[in-house]
Write a new protein. Sequence first.
Length: 163
Amino acid sequence: MSNVINIGMSQIEIASKPGTVLVAPSLGSCIGLAIYDPVSKIGAMAHIVLPDSAKILKPTESCGKYADTAVPEMLKKLFSEGANKNKLIIKMAGGAQMFNFEKGANVLNIGLRNTLAVKTALTKEGLTLIKSDTGGNKGRTFKLDVQTGVFSVKLIGQNEIEL
């Protein structure tokens, strides 16, 4: 029987217990970012809401809310549990454009901005995104099984697939 940990908006969770599944449900423009070490079987997932904390982050806010603060925080937690930076598998899902705007209104496309910000934050840490399922205009749910290392995504109205 699996232990499901739902990752709420702005949250970061880490797990290594066999049978644990990290789940970022109902991702629209938000990003579900999962980082996994297959050797130590430690995984982390963040439910990232916005791209950039500059001039916004308050001391009471979670580091998981913003792409630029969530990535380093996830790594800090993973490394403190014994994860190896050279073994990490990184995948993400979400980043949909949930509202239609006129052409050229990309500034309002939070999904695209979140996607780019996560990629930038990973690059800054010397890490590479292995695979992603982002964009479009449908919400999705993203999962990581920390025992098997299987990442999966389910778009609304479609079957769950391995990512």
